[in-house]
Design a protein around this ligand. Structure first.
Ligand SMILES: [Zn+2]
Length: 64
C-alpha cells in the first residue's frame, strides 16, 4: 500500500517525504538515517514509519 500521510503515533505529516527518502536511500546510495535527519524526520515513531514501509500498491492494485 501507499505510505500513510501521517505518523500513526504522533500525527506528524510524513507522506510528503516518502518519495525523496525512497529515491535517496534505495540501493544503499545514502545512509537511510542520514536521509531522515536531512528531511527533518527526527522522532523515532516517524522514522519507523518510513524505514518499515514497503510500497505494495503496484502489486496489489490488479486484484481490486
Ligand atoms: Zn511520529
Amino acid at each position: 500500500m501507499m505510505i500513510p500521510v501521517r505518523c500513526f503515533s504522533c500525527g506528524k505529516v510524513i507522506g510528503e517525504h516518502w518519495e525523496e527518502f525512497e529515491e535517496r536511500a534505495r540501493d544503499g546510495e545514502e545512509d537511510p538515517a542520514a536521509v531522515l535527519d536531512d528531511l527533518g524526520v527526527d522522532r523515532h515513531c516517524c522514522r519507523r514509519m518510513m524505514v518499515s514501509h514497503r510500497d505494495l500498491v503496484d502489486v496489489v492494485s490488479p486484484y481490486q
